[in-house]
Write a protein that binds this ligand. Structure first.
Ligand SMILES: NC(=O)c1ccc[n+]([C@@H]2O[C@H](COP(=O)([O-])OP(=O)(O)OC[C@H]3O[C@@H](n4cnc5c(N)ncnc54)[C@H](O)[C@@H]3O)[C@@H](O)[C@H]2O)c1
Length: 259
């Protein structure tokens, strides 16, 4: 059987890496995409080239370095997946950054730009590059565009205004894409994680002046941080050909955080 083909951004660590592992474990051919370089506008490290190589090596998938802000780079990533495996079935936009910690009007403009350009524009860029490839698959299709939004899409989190705006934008995007894609066989959905144990949460804790990411556990009804694999499991569920009845949906995977 020809494997289903997936492209995952933000693949060097965290939720993206967990999604790569999950999809690879289910037999998908996966292109693991990450910027794999620090952002001079942001005070915390991004995933590294070594982390991306380790994720790809352990999962038995291919690594590809690309910045989701770069449309041409994402087009090249999609072309690489099609060249290697003959098409694309699933695209997961997991790349993301965070900044804030002060009121919006005090956030350095470069940090606000990074949040909006990666967390919102980067998802649009992946949709623009990947959905036409999914539509190039013959009918009947089972293409799946998936984005990682956040509980911040629906909650007004103080000192994270740009992040909330970007994530609410992602929720609006998948609703519109779900309508646009109609009966094409390609669906668009998002998951909204709660506090999940990854480096972005460590940076969030620093922005809020907390001792560490663990301090976020008490705010979630489940009383603990989520494991990235728990988010990946729901993404893999939505990626499945059998999930074609769900489109335009934003699914909380948040331990009850948005309740
Ligand atoms: N961890 C949480 O608590 C949480 C909660 C809600 C939503 N999210 C979202 O989940 C997604 C994954 O975050 P995570 O928790 O795994 O964080 P993370 O910081 O561990 O991983 C993010 C990855 O994205 C990559 N990345 C950053 N900018 C990029 C760019 N321009 N191009 C390509 N790759 C880029 C980084 O190098 C890194 O490997 C993000 O969109 C984040 O906003 C996380």
């Amino acid at each position: 059987m020809t494997p289903r083909v997936a492209l995952v951004t933000g693949a060097a660590r965290g939720i993206g890496a967990a999604t790569v592992r999950r999809l690879a474990g289910q037999g998908y051919a996966v292109l693991a995409v990450d910027v794999a370089a620090d952002d001079p506008a942001l005070p915390y490290p991004m995933g590294s080239a070594a982390e991306l190589a380790a994720v790809a090596g352990q999962a038995g998938v291919e690594a590809f370095v690309a910045d989701v802000r770069d449309r041409a780079a994402l087009t090249a990533a999609v072309a690489e997946a099609e060249r290697r495996w003959g098409g694309l079935d699933v695209a997961v936009a997991a790349a993301g950054v965070i900044a804030g910690g002060v009121p919006l009007w005090e956030v350095p403009p470069g940090q606000e730009d990074a949040v909006l350009d990666v967390d919102l524009r980067g998802v649009l860029n992946l949709a623009r590059a990947a959905i036409p490839a999914m539509l190039r698959r013959p009918v009947p299709r089972s293409g799946r565009f998936l984005a990682v939004a956040s509980a911040a899409a629906t909650r007004g989190l103080p000192m994270l205004a740009a992040y909330c705006a970007a994530k609410a934008g992602v929720a609006g995007l998948v609703r519109a894409l779900g309508s646009e894609l109609g009966d094409s066989g390609v669906t668009a959905n998002a998951v909204s994680p709660g506090s999940t144990d990854t480096p972005i949460l460590t940076e969030s804790a620093r922005l809020y002046g907390l001792a560490g990411a663990r301090d976020f556990a008490a705010q979630q009804p489940v009383g603990r941080l989520l494991d990235p694999a728990e988010i990946a499991q729901v993404l893999a569920f939505l990626a499945d050909p059998a999930a074609g009845a769900t489109t335009g949906a934003v699914i909380p995977v948040d331990g009850g955080l948005a309740l």
